[in-house]
Every structure is written in structure tokens, then in C-alpha cells.
Design a protein around this ligand. Structure first.
Ligand code: SAM
Ligand code: DTB
Ligand code: SF4
Length: 341
């Protein structure tokens, strides 16, 4: 087994990035196979439980109130609606349900409702994940007590590039929230976005931050920027797809035991590029036609891709199992009539 390290140096990570692609892929795939079944991918489904009108100024985000993106704002969804979406995700074969809110940080009153959502989704047998912005220590403890499995909070980019993307909260704020999540005993999901006009040194910087944490995040989402009209980062220069693949491979080498998620941006990726990412060590995706507010490949498309690649969905269902699930009489989505407990 590869040694798990937390003392990565910038120059060695730069060397990893600049190797011939075949050497880099070979090394990443070798490590991937030591720690995971190379033909298995974990799938999570996202739901935006509170959309738009966010006070923050993240330059990539369609949900910021500061940018004209044509997005309709929505209040916090009722628990029963969230439960219905979670049931649908489960029936489609998803093992984790991730609920996201366009908040700087949740108010305690909002958290009451979110706690009900976590309990309800968990009762369906799904893993639960939330992304609600910054959390205090007391809030992470409440969420842990509610049974929350994962909290997503991205570092987004390197500390050096961060200030060109967001001004309303600091890098340290993000690290503090991650620390609270870790200390409460909730699994950490943290990664970033590529293709925001950053340099390779920033991609190295982001991965150094993640891999030199005392404990690696259990889940590392690597997003390709989804360029949304009206956001400041719309029109950013497109990142070379092979540089994205390299970043996945380096993430896999640096964090051998973490799930590396090929996250936002798959709509714009070819099947061949996604296949290379899976070879490079990506072993998780968002599954279902919507991310939070933007599009993701339809489940049908992903099933077809998995079938072509011989990939199974982690947690027991493979592409043919999913067809069987869909053919079942009880597959039809049933609105949940009761409350979430
Ligand atoms: N408001 C909370 C926060 O920022 O922590 C939670 C939701 S926020 C939308 C979750 C993450 O989605 C962001 O940290 C960012 O990494 C990612 N994201 C948002 N817009 C994106 C875009 N256009 N392309 C790729 N990733 C994006
Ligand atoms: C993550 O790293 N990517 C997801 C999830 N964590 C919350 C969000 C992607 C959002 C893409 C833009 C949107 O759909 O609004
Ligand atoms: Fe708000 Fe989160 Fe979007 Fe930033 S990424 S604007 S905090 S919803």
C-alpha cells in the first residue's frame, strides 16, 4: 500500500504534474488499484434546497445576488419535497444525497428544518451530505447529532488565487469550517474548481492544501468551471482537458484513500475525457440531470457510459440492475405524504 503522506512539497507536486502524461497516468492508476476497485464508481445526487439570492460574491456562481444570471430564487424547500427527491435518487441507484443551500452560513432557525431533512433522508437508507456555507462549532455538533455523514465545503483554489475569485470570505474562514466539521466527526468533502483562469501553480497550491491537511478529506470534488452568463468568470479561457486529467491523477497520487469526484462540468466533457479521468483515479460522480442549478448528464447517458466502460455503481447496482429497478412497478416516483421522521 502507498504511504499516506501529509508533508507534500511544492516542487515534488510540480514534478508530478510535469511528467510525461503516460508516466503520470500509469503511476496514478497503479495507486488507484492498490486502494480501490478500479471498475467501481460512487454516485451522489445533488439537490438545491435553497436557491439563489446569496449575499456572497463567488465569481463563478450563478446563485450570487450580485450577478444577473436569470436564476429564479427559491425559499428553503419543505422537508416533504426534499424527501420525494431523495426517494427518486435512491430508486435511480444513488447512494448519497447531497443537499446544497445558497447561504453564506445557515441561521439556527433554518438549521431546524435542515436537521429534519437529514433525519428523513438517512431513514431512507441513503448517506447524507450537506453544503450550507460556513458553520460554527455548535452547528457542526448539531448536524453530527442529527446523523449527518458528510459536509461539503470547497477550498475552491489556491490561497494565492483565491482573492481574485471571492472577496466576501477568507481562505482561513473556509479552513476554520473544515476544522469544525472534522472535529465534530463528520466526513469531510472538500475540493475545488479548475478552469477559472488560474495557473498550474494554483492547481498545485489547491492540492497541497488538501493533501497536507492532518487528515485527507474523505471526498475530493474536482469541478471544471461551468461558465454561466452573467457571472464574472464567464468567458474565462477554457482549460486544456488534458491538464484537467493531469490534476485528477495528481490528486489521486497525493490522496490515495480519498474518493476523487469528477464533479461539475461533465456536460461539456467527452466520454473519452471522462474515461481518462476514471483511469487517472476519479471514482465518484454527481448522478442525475441537475447539479444545483446547472445541467449534468442525464442518468441514462451515464448508465450508457458506465456500460461502455464496464464500470459498476458502488453499492451494488450496475447498469443492468438499474434497468431492472426502473422496470419495477414501485419505481414510479411516489410523493412522500408524511413528515420526515
Ligand atoms: N453556499 C455554499 C458554499 O458556497 O459553501 C454551498 C453551495 S456552493 C454552490 C458549493 C460549491 O459549488 C462551491 O464551493 C463551488 O466549488 C461549486 N460551484 C458553484 N458554482 C460553480 C460553477 N459554476 N462551476 C463549478 N463549480 C461551482
Ligand atoms: C461540488 O464540489 N460541486 C457541487 C457540490 N460540490 C455542491 C456543486 C456544483 C455546482 C455547479 C453550479 C450549479 O449547478 O449551480
Ligand atoms: Fe453563495 Fe455558495 Fe454561490 Fe458562493 S458558491 S455565491 S456562497 S451559493
Amino acid at each position: 500500500m502507498t504511504q499516506i503522506r501529509h508533508n507534500w512539497q511544492r516542487d515534488e507536486v510540480e514534478r508530478l504534474f510535469s511528467q510525461p502524461l503516460n508516466d503520470l497516468l500509469f503511476e496514478a492508476h497503479r495507486i488507484h488499484r492498490q486502494h480501490f476497485d478500479a471498475n467501481e464508481v460512487q454516485v451522489s445526487t445533488l439537490l438545491s434546497i435553497k436557491t439563489g439570492a446569496c449575499p456572497e460574491d463567488c465569481g463563478y456562481c450563478p446563485q450570487s445576488a450580485r450577478y444577473e444570471t436569470g436564476l429564479e430564487r427559491e425559499r428553503l424547500l419543505p422537508v416533504v419535497e426534499v424527501m420525494a427527491a431523495a426517494q427518486k435518487a435512491r430508486a435511480a441507484g444513488s447512494s448519497r444525497f447531497c443537499m446544497g443551500a445558497a447561504w453564506r452560513s445557515p441561521k439556527d432557525k433554518d438549521l431546524d428544518q435542515v436537521v429534519e431533512m437529514v433525519k428523513g433522508v438517512k431513514a431512507l437508507g441513503l448517506e447524507t451530505c450537506l453544503t450550507l456555507g460556513m458553520l460554527s462549532e455548535a452547528q457542526t455538533e448539531r448536524l453530527k447529532a442529527a446523523g449527518l455523514d458528510y459536509y461539503n465545503h470547497n477550498l475552491d483554489t489556491s490561497p494565492e488565487f483565491y482573492g481574485s475569485v471571492i472577496s466576501t470570505r477568507t481562505y482561513q474562514d473556509r479552513l476554520d469550517t473544515l476544522q469544525h466539521v472534522r472535529e465534530a466527526g463528520i466526513n469531510v468533502c472538500s475540493g475545488g474548481i479548475l478552469g477559472m483562469g488560474e495557473q498550474r501553480t494554483d492547481r498545485v497550491g489547491l492540492l497541497l492544501q488538501l493533501a497536507n491537511m492532518e487528515k485527507h478529506p474523505e471526498s475530493v470534488p474536482i469541478n471544471m468551471l461551468v461558465q454561466v452568463e452573467g457571472t464574472p468568470l464567464h468567458g474565462s479561457e477554457q482549460l486544456d482537458p488534458l491538464e484537467f486529467v493531469r490534476s485528477i491523477a495528481v490528486a489521486r497520487i497525493m490522496m490515495p484513500e480519498s474518493f476523487v469526484r469528477l464533479s461539475a462540468g461533465r456536460e461539456e466533457m467527452s466520454d473519452e475525457m471522462q474515461a481518462m479521468c476514471f483511469f487517472a483515479g476519479a471514482n465518484s460522480i454527481f448522478y442525475g440531470e441537475k447539479l444545483l442549478t446547472t445541467n449534468n448528464p442525464a442518468a441514462e447517458e451515464d448508465k450508457a457510459l458506465f456500460e461502455r466502460l464496464g464500470i459498476r455503481i458502488m453499492g451494488g447496482t450496475d447498469a443492468s440492475d438499474l434497468e431492472a429497478v426502473e422496470a419495477r412497478p414501485d419505481f414510479t416516483y411516489k410523493a412522500c405524504s408524511g413528515h420526515a421522521h
